[in-house]
Design a binder for this molecule. Structure first.
Ligand code: AMP
Ligand code: MG
Length: 453
């Protein structure tokens, strides 16, 4: 696929894990993190290598390979990645970019020709899979856990050096010279994180493994693993089977988990503060900022002119109606953009079983919304807030199934489709503007995923 995307032969070799070219000073980053709420010590980078940094339009961009082999932090694992997970990272990070969600980008995907032994569901069923490497790009891959590891080991000097490096290189309008400056920088991180989470909620993205080592210091969606997309609207859903007992990282809890993760980052900064008590203000900044973005999200999704107190009730009722019977989130909101009169019949294709739809309650809600927008919702804003095409779990799986047989055409079609998620693209409706097919309901890779692969 690397070559098909226009990477020259030498490039494909490099991006496929070949020898770094002269002048490159490649390295793996050291970080730790809280996994599922517990401090897990040193974790990575176990399978990511930074090739170097480039300057692009005044911005620093880091080029990284994921899955190219062992690093000093691989522990007992092989440092490699399989085609399945690499396709998922490649397609989803690009889809997120075009949805307007802050994210790392994918540059390349190269198969390695290697067979890699994996136990997909950690249940003793091991099988060989094809190896692959994703080239990815971001201002940096520095995570909350990159700071935590130094704080946890009491290495304040290295912590300070990393903070100074991060600010100098990536946050040039900030500094770490005193508490006031530190707080301003940390508030920036809190705000960037709040914006990212509000976008996730808007498009129905569930990260699946929001450990602190998977939280970017830039508020970018990072480390695409057992993520998923809400199909039927269920705030309690998580695609990650490793998390099935507590569903810590379920869709509806992502805003609170980001705050919890931020609190762990702030704790790590305590040694650098004269008055650490002030760090509490950063958490308040996160909450205020998230609430603002979240209200604005509803303004756009529902085509309102502003968010009023009374709209909270409208949103609350909508949330519970969407959960009453299985309802496709993406299709529902997209159809709402073009509704001409308040009647639930217009939404038939969003329901998994039309016969169970609470018709009267829905029509009451639609009428309440219709009168709130005076029959003239801001359709333009709605069409930009409610995507028509997202990388549904089964769509990624179809691309993987074909690619594993050597056919990358589905990957390529989806890559193209998802570059215009808000466009109508009527020629693709029948295939991709569809709710989850029955075969995908309980299939591994669609409704069930595990952590690392
Ligand atoms: P993840 O769940 O992908 O965020 O991974 C958690 C940690 O395990 C990270 O530090 C990874 O670098 C590491 N890891 C995951 N898979 C591998 C692998 N195949 N080889 C080495 N390290 C890995
Ligand atoms: Mg990770």
């Amino acid at each position: 696929m690397g070559q098909r995307l226009g990477v020259e032969r030498g490039g494909a070799e490099l991006l496929g894990g070949g020898e770094p070219v002269k002048g490159m000073d490649s390295y793996a980053q050291r970080y730790g993190g809280h996994q599922f709420g517990n401090w897990a010590g040193q974790l990575g980078d176990g399978r990511a290598i930074t090739l170097g940094e480039i300057q692009c339009e005044g911005e620093v961009l880091e080029l990284q390979l994921k899955g190219s082999g062992r690093t000093p932090y691989s522990r007992t694992a092989d440092g490699k990645a399989v085609l399945r997970s690499s396709i998922r990272e490649f397609l989803c990070s690009e889809a997120m970019h075009h949805l307007g969600v802050p994210t790392t980008r994918a540059l390349s995907l190269v198969t390695t020709g290697e067979s890699i032994l994996r136990d997909v569901m950690y249940d003793g069923h091991r099988a060989y899979e094809q190896g692959a490497i994703v080239g990815r790009v971001a201002p940096s891959f520095i995570r909350f856990g990159s700071f935590q590891i130094h704080s946890a080991s009491g290495d304040t000097e290295t912590l300070k050096t990393l903070v100074e490096h991060t600010i100098r290189t990536h946050f040039p309008s900030h500094s770490s010279k005193d508490d006031v400056e530190m707080l301003a920088w940390l508030c920036q991180i809190a705000e960037d994180t709040a914006l990212m989470i509000a976008h996730w909620m808007r498009v129905g993205f569930v990260h699946g493994v929001m450990n602190t080592d998977n939280m970017s210091i830039h508020g970018l969606t990072i480390d695409y693993g057992p993520y998923g997309w809400l199909e039927d609207y269920n705030p309690g859903w998580t695609p990650n089977t490793t998390d099935s007992s507590t569903r810590r990282y379920r869709y509806g809890q992502q805003p609170q988990i980001a705050a919890w993760n931020l609190a762990r980052l702030l704790e790590a900064m305590v040694p650098l503060m004269d008055d650490p008590e002030q760090l509490h203000d950063v958490l308040s900044a996160y909450t205020t900022c998230f609430d603002q973005h979240h209200n604005q999200m509803w303004v756009e999704k529902l085509g309102l002119n502003e968010f009023r107190d009374e709209d909270e009730e409208l949103v609350r009722t909508l949330n519970s109606l969407l959960q009453e019977v299985e309802t496709d989130m993406t299709i529902f909101f997209r159809l709402l953009c073009t509704l001409q009169s308040p009647n639930i019949e217009y939404f038939t294709s969003a329901f998994y079983d039309e016969t169970t739809v609470p018709v009267q309650a829905w029509n009451e809600w639609l009428e309440a919304w219709w009168s709130r927008v005076e029959g003239q919702p801001n359709r333009e804003a709605m069409l930009q807030a409610n995507p028509k095409y997202v990388l549904r779990n089964w769509m990624a799986q179809l691309a993987i199934d074909a690619a594993e047989k050597g056919d990358f055409s589905v990957c390529e079609s989806l890559h193209e489709l998802l570059q215009d998620p808000y466009g109508e693209q009527p020629e693709h409706e029948e295939e991709w503007f569809q709710k989850r097919p029955e075969w995908a309901r309980n299939r591994v890779g669609c409704s069930m995923l595990s952590c690392s692969s």
